[in-house]
Write a new protein. Structure first.
Length: 451
């Protein structure tokens, strides 16, 4: 039986794979694992969502499952994922739930769960929740009853102060005013549409907001962090200093400099790591990133005297390494950047604030700051296979990888990674020259496909 949880919660077509019934069942299982009523004390859960049309249905189902299990629900409405994580800790809740499919198109939706304190779940906790979905597991003597009754049934409270609390939290984290910085913000018609521009204005920036009118249907539609063309054009048209692109739930941030050139997550981490090193805030002068970060980031960090630790793909693994080592900065090329001093998960708005603070404090342009990293050509080919694990470990594939690595030496690298959700093997090659990266990637993809 396939694992229900992926790299970022449970995600799928709303009403298709992800039904109201499944959402309710997941909520009950999460309550069993994360909010057991063993001492007579009523537990609390925070529930928030992005504005996509299926969000109200799934939020209602999750709230029903939680209250049926005797858990009180604080409904914070439409807010970014990092806001729900923050409020889970702020309200002293036993868990938090976000109804969002992040950067996915509108028909999809998802369920992300935070433990107490606003922390993402470890694999073993997700496994326990999946086990609790099994009726036989739920019927064991030491499991909670399926439903509460009478006065034990949970209540739902609307949190009218939730957005204000999150705005105040991020506003208080700003250490240098953004007066004089003009920014175009693409809110992706998502959860950042209200709080994002408001926070940037509170910090002193002049803000031009685009794609900030969510109607439930237009989230991520030709806009946001997966479609930067409109933001690039708007930055140039408005003569802005930079552009910021969020995804549907605002846990990521990509940027555009004044000329319209893209500044990805690796370049953003380069700027922030150097800034934090200079301020003495980069614990052990260490940055945490995934194996998918560009080799250019490795080179830039080495030149800056900063140690780069790498993890498996997924911001949850970055978070685990940050917590394990007590480090102060980590993230992904996709724009998930984690600043543990501010929040427990990736926060696109907090990331953008830090990026603009560096610009305002130094008086340097984003292009100048980002030039500390040179992105090496990177070619990624997805190869569909029948058995991704067997193919990735085949001797013929290992030999081909070794041959490519010998050719590249220290000027490039090769990464073969089975997909976490599909029967695919992802072949990635980086090299100093695009034609070399393309040739080697195609050769390796052909070898993978022939196994």
């Amino acid at each position: 039986m396939a694992r229900l949880f992926g790299t970022d919660g449970v995600r799928g077509l709303a009403g298709g794979v992800l039904t109201a019934e499944l959402a309710m069942t997941i909520a009950r299982a999460a309550a069993t694992v994360l909010a057991p009523n063993v001492d007579g004390v009523r537990r609390v859960a925070v529930v928030g969502r992005d504005p996509r049309v299926s969000g109200t249905m799934l939020s209602a189902a999750v709230s029903a499952g939680l209250t049926a299990s005797g858990v009180d629900v604080i409904d914070v409405g439409v807010l970014p994922t990092p806001a729900v994580a923050y409020l889970t800790a702020e309200y002293g809740a036993a868990l938090g739930v976000v109804i969002s499919a992040s950067h996915n198109a509108m028909p999809d939706n998802g369920i992300k769960i935070f433990a107490a304190g606003g922390h993402k779940l470890d694999d073993d906790v997700e496994d326990r929740i999946e086990a609790a979905l099994d009726p036989e597991e739920r019927s064991r003597k030491d499991a909670r009853p399926l439903d509460a009754t009478g006065a034990a049934i949970g209540r739902i409270e609307l949190a009218h102060d939730a957005a204000a609390r999150y705005i105040e939290h991020l506003a208080a984290s700003v250490s240098y005013r953004l007066d004089g910085v003009t920014v175009v913000v693409d809110c992706s018609n998502g959860a950042a549409s209200v709080v994002g521009p408001e926070i940037y204005r509170r910090a002193g920036a002049t803000v031009v907001a685009i794609n900030a009118e969510p109607d439930g249907i237009n989230i991520n539609h030709g806009c946001g962090s997966t479609h930067l063309e409109g933001l690039q054009k708007a930055v140039v048209e408005h003569g802005a200093d930079l552009g910021i692109a969020h995804d549907g739930d605002a846990d990521r941030c990509l940027a555009v400099d004044a000329s319209g050139s893209v500044v990805d997550g690796d370049a953003i981490m380069t700027v922030l790591a150097i800034a934090m090193r200079d301020a003495g805030q980069l614990i052990d002068d260490t940055l945490v990133a995934t194996v998918m970060s560009n080799l250019g980031l490795h080179i830039a960090m080495r030149e800056a005297g900063i140690t780069l630790r790498t993890t498996a793909v997924g911001d949850r693994y970055v978070l685990e390494e940050l917590r394990r080592g007590g480090f102060a900065l980590g993230g992904e090329q996709s724009g998930h950047v984690v600043l543990p001093a501010i929040g427990t998960t990736g926060d696109g708005i907090a990331t953008a604030l830090r990026l603009m603070e560096r610009m305002a404090r130094t008086g340097r342009s984003l292009a100048d700051l980002a030039s500390a990293m040179r992105t090496l050509p990177q070619v990624l080919i997805n190869v569909r296979v029948s058995d991704k694990v067997a193919v990735a470990s085949a001797p013929s594939v290992s030999d081909a990888v070794a041959t490519a690595e010998r050719e590249l030496g220290e000027s490039g690298r090769v990464l073969l990674r089975p997909s976490g959700t599909e029967q695919l093997v992802r072949v990635m090659v980086e090299a100093s020259e695009l034609d070399v990266a393309t040739r080697l990637a195609e050769e390796l993809a052909g070898r993978v496909a022939s196994v």
